[in-house]
Design a binder for this molecule. Structure first.
Ligand code: PSU
Ligand code: MN
Length: 310
């Protein structure tokens, strides 16, 4: 499984061989680019505990010592949490080829690494998507393309709240990525359970998602499935508070003249400030919930034979 470009931990490699459930995790949300210290470390601990509690093996992805890593060892976690280099899928070849010391992987890079290792389920906070004003800036996250290219089920609380969610859903349709509402008919908006937009399919049972995913494969579909899991009701934030916090965040981006990968960390920081820090526990709760749902789906998938095994 491992190669000069890819390092798979022993625990993850053993689980792959034994067809035990595995859930890959991204690392950008667990760095200071995603959450302030020490909440980033707490978020990772809660996600790992949720995955193990659900009977699956966690596989944190990152770049370390010029290799893509699937299953960061415990004694390396500090390096990953402190990293400030954000690595999307297009940055992976450069990071590996040039021997980058350490970098945190976004959804697109993490899904790429998970698929390369043969892992079928991945959990994140919120995926990237079509940015507001993208008709001028052209800023559309590669996350959406990566979801359409790699055979991985991604569990997310919808997409990042400050995106153009209607256009994000349109692009997912264009790219042929099935979007499944987890126990909901509505596409969630990260800190709030309902973006006001519908999803075309709802699942209340992880086995159904496993079968949707296997069906896509059987038909030669190259990509994955996006599972949209709303933030738990008890942790949901007031939509009006979030709307004004988003405005504050986007204003700050405009004032600073930011574009590209620099946008998300600044907006997230501004949202935390504008909500008096309330956005942070909400972010932790939704990430933990996604990890738990991902473990359920990974467990269902381990029981659902793939056609390759027929
Ligand atoms: N959503 C969050 N926090 C984050 C991200 C998303 O609430 O840190 C990260 C994820 O790693 C996602 C990335 O893949 O932002 C997308 O960045 P961009 O918009 O630059 O493609
Ligand atoms: Mn972008």
């Amino acid at each position: 499984m491992s190669s000069p470009s890819l390092r798979v931990s022993d625990e993850v490699a053993d689980a792959l061989t034994a067809n035990r459930p595995i859930v890959a995790l991204e690392s950008t949300i667990f760095s200071s680019l995603g959450l302030p210290d020490p909440h980033n470390g707490e978020c990772l601990e809660r996600c790992v505990a949720a995955i193990r509690g659900g009977g699956a093996v966690p596989a944190l992805t990152a770049v370390l010592d010029g290799r893509g890593v699937v299953g960061v060892d415990d004694d390396e976690i500090g390096r990953v949490l402190a990293a400030t280099r954000k690595i999307a899928a297009r940055d992976l070849p450069v990071a590996l080829g040039s021997g980058a010391d350490v970098g945190v992987t976004t959804v697109s890079a993490s899904v790429t690494l998970a698929a390369a290792a043969g892992i079928e389920v991945f959990a994140t906070g919120g995926v990237g998507g079509v940015h507001r004003g993208s008709e001028l800036s052209g800023d559309v996250s590669h996350d959406l393309v990566a979801l359409s290219r790699h055979p991985v089920v991604t569990v997310s609380a919808g997409a990042k709240a400050f995106l153009d969610l209607a256009r994000t859903l349109e692009l997912l349709e264009t790219l042929g990525v099935p979007v499944v509402g987890w126990k909901t008919d509505r596409f969630p908006a990260f800190y709030v359970r309902d973006s006001g937009l519908p999803v075309s399919f709802r699942a209340d049972d992880p086995t159904v998602i496993a079968r949707v995913f296997r069906s896509a494969h059987d038909l030669g579909h190259p990509g994955g499935v996006l599972v949209a899991n709303p933030i738990p009701s008890a942790d949901e934030l007031d939509p009006e508070l979030i709307d004004s916090a988003l405005e504050a965040g986007l204003d700050q981006v405009t004032r600073l003249g930011l574009s590209g990968p620099a946008v998300t960390p600044v907006v997230l920081g501004a949202i935390a400030a504008a909500t008096d820090g309330l956005s942070v526990p909400a972010n932790l709760a939704l990430a933990e919930s996604n990890a738990a749902v991902a473990a359920e789906i990974a467990t269902a998938l381990a029981l659902e034979p793939s056609s390759a095994a027929d």
